[in-house]
Design a protein around this ligand. Sequence first.
Ligand SMILES: [Zn+2]
Ligand SMILES: [Zn+2]
Length: 1005
Amino acid sequence: MIIEIEKNRNNSPTLFGDFCYTITLRFSLHSDTIIYTHCTDYPRVRALHTMAHYDHTSLEKKWQKKWAEEHTYRTSEDTTNPKKAYILNMFPYPSGQGLHVGHPKGYIATDIIARKKMMEGYSVLHPMGWDAFGLPAENYALKTKTHPKTSTDDNVARYKEQLSLIGLSYDWEREINTTDPAYYKWTQWAFLKMFEKGLAYESYEPINWCPSCKTGLANEDLDGTVCERCGSEIEKKPMRQWVIKITDYADRLLAGVDALDWPEQIKESQRNWIGRSEGAVITFRIKNHESRITDEHIDVFTTRADTLFGCTYVVVAPEHNLIAKHESGIKNQEAVKHYIEITKKKTVIERTAEGKEKTGVCIEGLVAIHPLTGKELPIFVADYVLGDYGTGAVMAVPAHDERDFAFAQTYGLPIQHVIEPLLTQTEGTATFRIGEPAVDSYGIIALVKHWSEDTYIGLYWSEAEWGTLLTGGIDDGYTAEETVLKEIREETGYTSARIIESLGVIHSKYYHHPKQQNRIGHAATFIVELTDDTQEEVSDEEKEKHEIRWLTKDALRSFLTATSHLQAVTFLDTRLYTDDGILTDSAEYTGLESANAREKIVATLEEKGLGKKTVKYKLRDWVFSRQRYWGEPIPVVHCDTCGVVAVPEQELPVTLPDVKQYEPTGTGESPLAGIESWVNTTCPTCGGPAKRETNTMPQWAGSSWYYLRYIDPHNSTALVDKEKESYWMPVDTYVGGAEHATRHLIYARFWHKFLYDIGAVSGEEPFVRLQHVGLIGGEDGRKMSKRFGNVINPDDIIARFGADTLRVYEMFMGPFDQNIGWSTDNIMGARRFLERVWKLSERVRDEAILSQETEALLHKTIQKVGDDIDTFAFNTAVSALMILVNALEKEPSIPVTIYRTCLSLVAPFAPHMAEELFARHGGEGSIVRAPWPSYDKTKCVASAVTIAVQVNGKMRGTFTAEVGISEEEIIARAHALPEIKKHISDKVVKKTIYIKDKLVNFVVD
Ligand SMILES: [Zn+2]
Ligand SMILES: [Zn+2]
């Protein structure tokens, strides 16, 4: 049956000077299309080729089999190739549910990059493996009543099968699995090295305990104060555990962040997680009920030593040892003990929630001595201070700290202001010019309140177009108070003003534009009330300058221009000021700016032996033990004689015993503790009886260094061969979810730095370039989850549309790092695009010539697709390919070399189809060994342009012109177009508008 007849004029004239026509007949026979072409110049019908339908299923199967048989993606071990690319995905945690369509997005992206790099002649390392220890796997095993080893193996097999369907260019000979003893031998080895260096230690500090997961957790495993996995509120539980001293690396982890080519927000998360703050530990000595200065003292950590003179009391956490030590000296012992008991029942979130009413008890019988003024300060025990943060005690400065402010208000404690605001104008013409000299100026700001309404005077300066409060300079011989009253009278005429309250001085740095001068203004600020509306006449000069507006507090906020005036309005609500400023009421430090004052005050304290400059980190040591079964055993034994002893290196790995019972005990003891045959061993040092450590490592241990093992996965004598490591590392492109911004990426960076320190690796940072992948949501816009019933399985999509279509669609959906919802309707667009690429092959001829325009487009496309792949702009790369295919479809025929080039561009996205067509059109070997197309820059410039022609602004026609033709010529050709002639006819052209390479517009009557 004939399904299509097509008639094409060939570009080249025949011998007789005439054009020849090709008539193509397409017959359908079974599922194939047979194409016969009859050429008018060559009167013989010949079958050019038989073109099968695009049958993705058989084709994808065929190529996946061939790739596996021929080891197409085996990593080149040629370390003499100076071009190497280590392209890596964060390896998956194989869950029981298998992959949904969201998971492969990152894998497809790295696959595209890896394939392009292979074509560019790089040695490419593109491996895959499994992060399979940990709670999710163990919980799944418990739920399905299988052994975690069995369920993990099943899950891995399922994941691998799913990934294989997508046609990813992994070198499966390098597959790793963190639960494989041959792998975790090296996780244990690294742990022992840390133990050797004193970086792994036992601790009895209270740790985060998840009652539902029945295990201790690291800070990184929490989401605020709840377990990140199950959402349970965590408890603080004192228990023996292993801890890794990651804090020793805090400074280096922080310093290394800047140089990384990572998304800025991930770098910022790392900085915040490490949380470096410079401050000081300040010592408050204690005076007891006998009025004797004791040897005891309270140390507080503060970043705000500049506020020391504002400290009006001291607070210790209920866990602080002061209370136990001074039990007998505390007069209200009962009340204090009772309070501590209540606190124990509260969670961290209950204790520290914002807006929560602050509670506490004053410790009677003890007072703290202010280290600089010698004043006696009350000591409170209060639960808003946590025992395990900082020193477990704070110096309370209620005027300049939010929580102290709330507490002081509740308990009626003195609030002492010692920091006056210092604001810097950073916008508009008044922007302070940093680095230029500044002149001090003194003045007043007055919030003048209406006699009967809740409004204040705002002055609108029409010339400058700005709004201010009542303000003015202090003249010689006047006090600030006198100036306030004088200014009110002069500027507004009101005479019944009365000062109600002084709000201290507000300082501001700004540029005085009219006087062309940098200034530091010091404005004494007051609340003033008018008792009645008595008003004198105001001079015309004043009236001209500004007008009076009565405004509410809220209206003032949008009316005022200067930050210092806005600060005055804020003071109407609260005098709490928490930023840096200028010191007041602080003895010899008064008048200094905060930063300078901190240095000087800490220096004085250091001299007196009552303080020390300190750097603190938010980063805590890594709680490294889990009281669960499914993890790497910690390779140490406990001997009564020798204490903790490392298992000798040659005895590694310490394998996880195969057991029937692995349910968590919930008591804080690992299920391994019950397996006597495994637990009881001999001490490697003294040969006496010893017990194995029964805690296991956290899930994050094995994933902290896995990228190194891919380089040398079967090495039994070293974690990784040094020469291979120095060739492949660092990872050039690393792709994974943004949720790993801190945990995995902090641990891995730490682990790598440690390995660097012991000479096991050659560089300090493992991942040079990181890109995070946006999620794919469900069609309903929600997160894709079994719970919402909106999970789409990639296997189904592949069966229906093909892996190549899935790949193209996921890359075309939108910007790579954005979260986007799945749409099965839209996937048809990707499918149609591939069908068009497929169909183009019907037009391929050995001797065809491409039009200049399309050739130029081809070069532009090569450039764009290459650049876009390099910058993760896959969506725009696909659309560039679509545009190219559009143009090729308009060509009567396509030269075979051009078609192969086009296939090379498509290959990273749709490798199965590209391989098939490449083979059919004379390509030799796999297309990943074909060179990545190069482009000619000069040809990227279009040789022809389309000129739009308008008459009176209305589009009336277009024509194509070669680039570089003169303006006159273009206008003449435009004028000569029949459709333009029709519209102009006998009218006079009054004006001709010409835009180069774009448009001609004739303006007629
Ligand atoms: Zn939990
Ligand atoms: Zn021993």
